[in-house]
Design a protein around this ligand. Structure first.
Ligand code: SF4
Length: 297
């Protein structure tokens, strides 16, 4: 298989065939993100994609799930995505689901008919970086959508029959704003009813605007206690029909793989127990971080 640039996938796509159809991210301007900072966006040639699928058909002929790379392949025009889906089904006839990262802007660029057509071709389980429902935080992160716009586009996806997961960043509104971020984000999530929530906490890598703001003091990160309070405020407000709550990313302070609403009481209990186990000094501190924002607990 042919891969260029940094390749990312969500942890729950570990068993999927990774097929590169784009390089980089078409947006590439989120204030906290360095994933593709030095990688210009481009589409991979169809010949290359076909060649990769030929190879996959020899080594993994029973593939059922494909994850399209890279940062936001759903930006591709519907006709091109349809052609890629057609090639996938031709070479790997057992494929049931073609998943990928997507942004709200990517959905905005597709008509209702196009969304339905793509769903019929097996495109599903989009992983969407909504990050927050709090408009000041969305603006600060340069997400290019408001909370209301996100809900509108997510409802269009739902009406087209597509399942989706939402990535959320706890602490993205900064210290002192956790409650406001939790309340607005819970409202967005409840209106959108995703199948999955994937949480992380606000962290930066050298080279992004957030990193400069943290160094200059323009952005003040949550304390550990604030992260716990914000997580509790979010979870306690979630009213979901059926949703996986996945917080195993190492940047989280409470790490669970749960199902809501089934595990809501247990999850809230886990947050409270985590707080009780920590010293006052730890709770008042900012998290100590390592690679990928991993928090040392
Ligand atoms: S967070 Fe996602 S949309 Fe934003 S720049 Fe990074 S890859 Fe692109």
């Amino acid at each position: 298989m042919h891969y260029t640039g940094n390749i990312y996938r969500p942890p729950f796509e570990a068993r999927s065939l990774l097929l590169q159809v784009t390089t980089g991210c078409s947006h590439n301007r989120c204030s906290f993100c360095t994933m593709y900072r030095d990688t210009p966006f481009h589409m991979e040639p169809l010949e290359q994609i076909e060649q990769d699928l030929e190879e996959a058909s020899l080594f993994y002929p029973n593939t059922r799930r494909v994850f399209l790379e890279n940062g936001d392949p759903f930006v591709l025009p519907a006709d091109r995505l349809a052609e890629i889906a057609r090639l996938i089904h031709e070479k790997l006839p057992e494929v049931e689901t073609i998943a990928m990262y997507a942004s709200i802007k990517n959905i905005r660029g597709k008509s209702d008919d196009e969304l339905r057509r793509l769903r019929e071709l097996g495109i599903n389980d989009l992983n969407i970086g909504v990050e927050s429902g709090y408009d000041p935080a969305l603006k600060y992160m340069n997400k290019d959508h408001t909370a209301d716009e996100a809900v509108y586009e997510l409802k269009r996806l739902k009406e087209a029959g597509m399942d989706f997961g939402l990535n959320l960043i706890l602490g993205c509104a900064g210290s002192g704003n956790g409650e406001a971020n939790a309340v607005s984000t819970a409202e967005l999530v409840n209106r959108a009813q995703p199948n999955l929530i994937f949480t992380g906490t606000m962290h930066s890598e050298p080279g992004c605007p957030l990193d400069e703001d943290i160094r200059s003091g323009a952005f003040v990160e949550n304390t550990v206690a604030e992260y716990l309070d914000e997580t509790e405020a979010l979870v306690s407000r979630l009213e979901l029909e059926h949703c996986r709550y996945f917080s195993l990313h190492p940047s989280n302070i409470v790490r669970v793989d749960a199902v809501l609403p089934r595990d809501k009481t247990e999850l809230l209990r886990e947050i409270r127990l985590t707080r009780e186990r920590m010293s006052a000094e730890t709770l008042a501190s900012r998290p100590r971080r390592f690679g990928e924002g991993a928090v040392l607990l």
